[in-house]
Design a protein. Sequence first.
Length: 657
Amino acid sequence: MEYHRKLLLAWSFGAFAIIHLVQAQPDQQGFISLDCGLSPSESPYTDPVTGLIFSSDADFIQSGKRGEVGDDESYTYKQFKDLRYFPDGVRNCYNLTVNKAISYLIRAGFSYGNYDGLNISPRFHMHIGPNMWTSVVVGSESYREIIYMSKSNLLQICLVKTGETIPMISTLELRPLRNDSYMTQFGPLDLIFRRTYTSDTFGYIRYPDDVLDRIWDRYNWFETDVNTTLNVTSFNPFAVPDAVSRSGITPRNSSSPLFFYASPKEKSGKINVYFHFADIQVLKAYDTREFDILLDGTVIRKAYTPKVLQSETIYNISPQKCINSCDLDLVQTQRSTLPPLINAIEAFDVLEFPYAETNQNDVTAMKNIEAIYGLNMISWQGDPCVPEVLKWEEILRKFPTEFRGNEFPTEFRGNEFPRKLRGPPVRRKGPRNIPRENFLGIFRWTFRWSNPQKFRRNVLRNFYREFPRNRALGKFRGMSPSDCEFNTQVLGEGGFGIVYHGSLNGTQPIAVKLLSQSSVQGYKEFKAEVELLLRVHHVNLVSLVGYCDEEGHLALIYEYAPNGDLKQHLSGERGGSPLKWSSRLKIAIETAQGLEYLQTGCKPPMVHRDVKTTNILLDEHFHAKLADFGLSRSFPIGGEAHVSTAVAGTPGYLDPE
């Protein structure tokens, strides 16, 4: 019962969509299997060892060159013969179509084989979207593997050059998993090891034995082997293959515990460990097998008894912080007559991905502009805005004259790009070359048209076809009232004004903050909040969807937090059960992560100045989102000397200094 209580607690942190994958996948449904560098004329092919169908990667990446290791080498899998290498650009990215909010096992394979004759192992980084996944040093055949829940329908896997050597890759594979199996709500899971314990260490266990195509190392732990020829069933979401569960180990000294360890890749990292059990010994009537499962001294399951010929998985709900390594112990209880038994263990680093991906409509818009004008920007790969060192450069200079006119947008902020492309510029009477304004979501662009007819014909026509007009604050843009989709439901009220509930396109929930005419704050605070939110991208900070500034009407459009603010839950205003201490701690940590990003991840750094429970919003998964940046201020940097000393914020929540 304790285990199930903890499991339900873990699921309460996130609304997991359960994908019912069948036990057998003869058609490899949902698999993406790329042989990188394979000639399209040789694609696809069926791997003779696994039966997996591999295709060329040519349709999934726009850069790189094909390479081949040679015919005189011996390979475990055919995919390691070909490779793709990237001598040009810093970041080169694969673009893969996936299902949003589904967990995927992502595996990248590498084999150098001295293909370039330099005999120098390539060193580089792998990114998923804007976030660094892993460092790679390529020698002989090796894999990097991560379990990641996709945030959109486009997944970008990037190789990033970090030194003098040239990044390369041999194979890239994606396998969909059930969302109720591996826990990704605390962060993506970077594989440390996946072992099945047996004295028979020949080869790996993977597809078709494992329908999810996990690669299991056969590992000899020099304990007592236990084997069976009987079938072992698996009804849980992990679908441990029969080939894994039919072998296991017990301690060589039957009165001793079973000891293992897991070392995170960082010296002080956090790990999740998945213990897979099935009792494959025939028990006598008076026999009992019972043991405690400990992770670095913490009992994660007490008095556990494995099921006979049925696989079951036990794991730690919260990531365990390890200094150098964590001990994994199975300790026999006093009433047990048999020693512990285990079949397999998986250990993962729990990674932190701090950067939120740029809205995909932004990226698509820029790529369409690139395609329309044939710009062929090799640097325009991956996320355009983050991380800072890899943002898309030369955006302004590369646009053709007929698009930017005589003067390109005067309010193009830093490295940002419009959240939406929302229809044609607002037409106003006057001379041909006076500025015309167009609200493009999060930005306001000002164009000077040297040739407005050519502009409309060559650019806007394509925009209209690709991007249907989004509904927004219609009356502030001269549109009909029917386009205005925020209602009278009040979400909150502050010094700025009232916050209403609304929607974009009738589907995307939003929060609309309207500036009150009697507000003690005004255009200065409005402008400050917009400028600040344009620069911040973090999972624990509220995202700005759009804004309006026309004819004295000011409004900010934010992402909607369906679970309200923290104060409502602490005070009982929303009803329901009180927040558990584990949830409160998680919210506090996530709020601190948002503040840390503001103060260390932003340039210049920012201080919020009004952190309180009403400004900590909770999304549908109860993830904390820090809001209300109108009072934020930037720290002085470099040679700047000015520091604002004006008192601002809410009494009782101000720093005493």
